[in-house]
Design a protein around this ligand. Structure first.
Ligand code: KIV
Ligand code: NA
Length: 265
């Protein structure tokens, strides 16, 4: 199979073919999603919540994400793998951002990096792109600035659509190959999608974007607790695993497992 490259994103937008992405943090899911034909896998700093057990993405470090990203990149044969740059690894300037991006590219085998922020991050995006590393932007609700934004709030409502458009255009002008729009009203996302030449990827930004991305643990019903309104659950993995664990416990308690077929003579 032919690897997905940045040109696939551009062609998909031109041809009106929707782009699909899921997060992945390990080789098992990476292999499954890759073979299922998902176009790109994001090793998100959402690993903070979903793998490492943090309450937010803020504590996540580059050193924590590198082994996860290496596992995902090593498992795929078609999907485009994107390394998410964590909070504190690019904000202080273009050189810091390039240093972090180069680490991900050298140490993991990822094909691109993602970082948060539009206008405020344009210098960082430009510097990384000029070095030959593709960048995915991320605007709208940006979880790393949750406290600055005042909570998990929808972005780009009403007059705020002007800021969203300015951020989108800054990301495109800086050379990003695509941009994530997170928690944005559908109509604002439509305006951004029409205004840009690069594809928009929706995370809770409605149907008019050029692609869709979800956090896999939410999408597969592995996350217990509240999941956002925009997530459609495609499986109940928490239920499947819970039932399996209870059956296993009972089988061991009742002497049903291991049977002779699971034992050596
Ligand atoms: O870390 C992540 O999973 C993300 C996506 C939700 C955009 O950044
Ligand atoms: Na992220």
């Amino acid at each position: 199979v032919k690897r997905v490259r940045t040109r696939h994103f551009q062609n998909a937008k031109r041809d009106g073919i929707k782009i699909t992405g899921l997060t992945s943090y390990d080789q098992l899911t990476a292999r499954i999603f890759d073979e299922a034909g998902v176009d790109f896998l994001l090793v998100g700093d959402s690993a903070g919540n979903n793998v490492l057990g943090y309450d937010t993405t803020l504590p996540v470090t580059v050193d924590e994400l590198i082994p996860l990203t290496r596992a995902v990149a090593g498992a795929v044969s078609r999907a485009f793998v994107i390394a998410d740059m964590p909070f504190g690894s690019y904000e202080s300037g273009a050189e810091e951002a390039l240093h972090t991006a180069v680490r991900f590219m050298k140490e993991t085998g990822a094909h691109a990096v993602k970082l948060e922020g539009g206008v405020r991050s344009h210098k960082q995006i430009r510097r990384i792109v000029q070095s030959g590393i593709p960048v995915m932007g991320h605007i709208g609700f940006t979880p790393q600035s949750e406290h600055g934004l005042g909570g998990h709030l929808i972005q780009g409502r009403g007059e705020a659509v002007a800021q969203l458009l300015a951020d989108a255009k800054a990301v495109q002008a800086a050379g990003a190959f695509a941009v994530v729009l997170e928690m944005v009203p559908s109509d604002a996302a439509r305006q951004v999608t029409e205004a840009l030449d690069i594809p928009t990827i929706s995370v809770g930004a409605g149907p008019h974007c050029d692609g869709q991305l979800l956090v896999w643990t939410d999408w597969a019903g592995l996350t217990t607790g509240r999941i956002p309104k925009f997530v459609k659950q495609y499986a109940d993995l928490a239920g499947v695993l819970s039932t399996a664990a209870q059956e296993w416990r009972d089988d061991v308690a009742n002497g049903v497992y291991p049977g002779p077929e699971h034992s050596y003579e």
